[in-house]
Design a protein around this ligand. Structure first.
Ligand SMILES: [Zn+2]
Length: 307
């Protein structure tokens, strides 16, 4: 069974200024590593479709979607918050970034692929129902989770989030929804300040101090995440794959290595093999040191594809 590599040229057209770390070169860094490592030969590249308004409305408010449409600039930037800007191409990019997850869910649920990596930007996990935040416009993973629950009537879906930042938007959208178990670790106290305590019992949030190393993070996965996931028996596993917890990434102060990303992914894939018929869809979130991002994402994709 194949692993899909889902992306779109429009994701490179969204940019927020020369100074901004969430830049188009991030996707090039990942593609370059997949190419240089030979992994690309084993993936099926798919162009992401556009998410429709009805897909976005499962997790976002109509007012928010209208607000974005009304403020999309023909040129230059519109500032949603000091770190999150619209350019002329942002909404097209965000629409295919969210659409990538829909294509992943359909292909995996229909048995055309086992796993998928969505190499998309803008990222998603900070986006709230009615507010852009932290470089995120639409909550890509949440749009896909809601679609999987709705269209395929899944009863149990897991969300894994190993970005250095807490996925506040995803938590807000699924807190108290017993069909979803979200497992995350994140640097705390740190941006965006949420997550400790969790918003509901279905949020397995593990806040960790700055400078926590990969060994400790692996132990959290083994001792805390996996027992809960094994008991929950998800039918589909979604991953918010942020690579900004890497020790070379100065956006955060955690100390993950390329090998730690591979190891965590292997654990999640093994769990999915037991409970979820191997169904895993992963979404690019953070990761701003381009070298570390490319290497870590390649290690992650290699584990997703079992290569
Ligand atoms: Zn992040």
């Amino acid at each position: 069974m194949e692993t899909l590599y889902i992306t779109h040229p429009a994701c490179r057209l969204h940019e927020m200024g020369q100074w901004h770390p969430e830049c188009p070169a991030r996707l090039d860094a990942i593609n370059d590593q997949l190419l240089a490592s030979g992994l690309l030969d084993f993936l099926r590249e798919v162009q992401a479709p556009q998410a429709q308004r009805a897909d976005l409305l499962r997790v976002h408010t109509a007012q928010y979607l209208d607000y974005l449409q009304a403020h999309a600039p023909a040129q230059g930037y519109f500032e949603l918050d000091p770190d999150t800007l619209l350019n002329a191409h942002t909404l097209e990019a965000a629409q295919v970034a969210a659409g990538a997850g829909l294509a992943a869910v359909d292909a995996i649920m229909q048995g055309q692929a086992a796993t998928a990596f969505c190499a998309v930007r803008p990222p998603g996990h900070h986006a709230r129902p009615g507010q852009a935040m932290g470089f995120c416009i639409y909550n890509n993973i949440a749009v896909a989770v809601a679609y999987a629950l709705d269209k395929y009537a899944l009863q149990r879906v897991a969300v894994i989030d190993f970005d250095v930042h807490h996925g506040n938007g995803t938590e807000e959208m699924f807190a108290g929804d017993e069909r979803v178990l979200m497992c995350s670790f994140f640097q705390h106290p740190f941006y965006p300040g949420s997550g400790a305590p969790p918003a509901a019992p279905n949020m397995l949030n593990i806040p960790v101090q700055a400078y926590t190393g990969g060994d400790m993070l692996r132990q959290i996965v083994s001792d805390v995440w996996l027992p809960r996931l094994e008991a929950f028996r998800p039918e589909f596993v979604f991953i918010s794959a942020g690579f900004d917890a890497h020790r070379e990434d100065d956006m955060g102060q955690l100390s993950m290595s390329d090998a730690d990303y591979a190891w965590i992914t292997e654990q999640v894939v093994a769990l999915a093999d037991v409970t979820a018929q191997g169904r895993v869809a992963s979404f690019l979130e953070g990761g701003y040191n381009l070298s570390a991002l490319g290497r870590s994402a390649a290690a992650h994709v290699r584990a997703l594809a079992k290569l």
